[in-house]
Design a protein around this ligand. Structure first.
Ligand SMILES: [Zn+2]
Length: 70
């Protein structure tokens, strides 16, 4: 299983459930078990999709609105 969670900096990411620690791009390292888990998925593909959804939620989907506005 894979778990989806957020860093304190707000970035969403995922990791295998059995990985003890994860380092964010912001430089913060934390224990997976101490994070609040947002979602669990069966595979990495689903986990990465979930992370993308969470990032779009946070940033308002700004990266993906261009085509609609043309
Ligand atoms: Zn971070």
């Amino acid at each position: 299983m894979y778990v989806v969670f957020r860093c304190d900096c707000g970035r969403a990411m995922y990791s295998r459930e059995d990985v003890a620690q994860k380092k964010c791009v912001c430089g913060k390292t934390f224990k997976i078990k101490s994070r609040r888990i947002i979602a669990k998925t069966e595979d990495a593909q689903l986990a990465s999709e979930k992370v993308r959804e969470l990032q779009e939620e946070k940033y308002g989907g700004a990266y993906f609105t261009t085509a609609d506005k043309m």
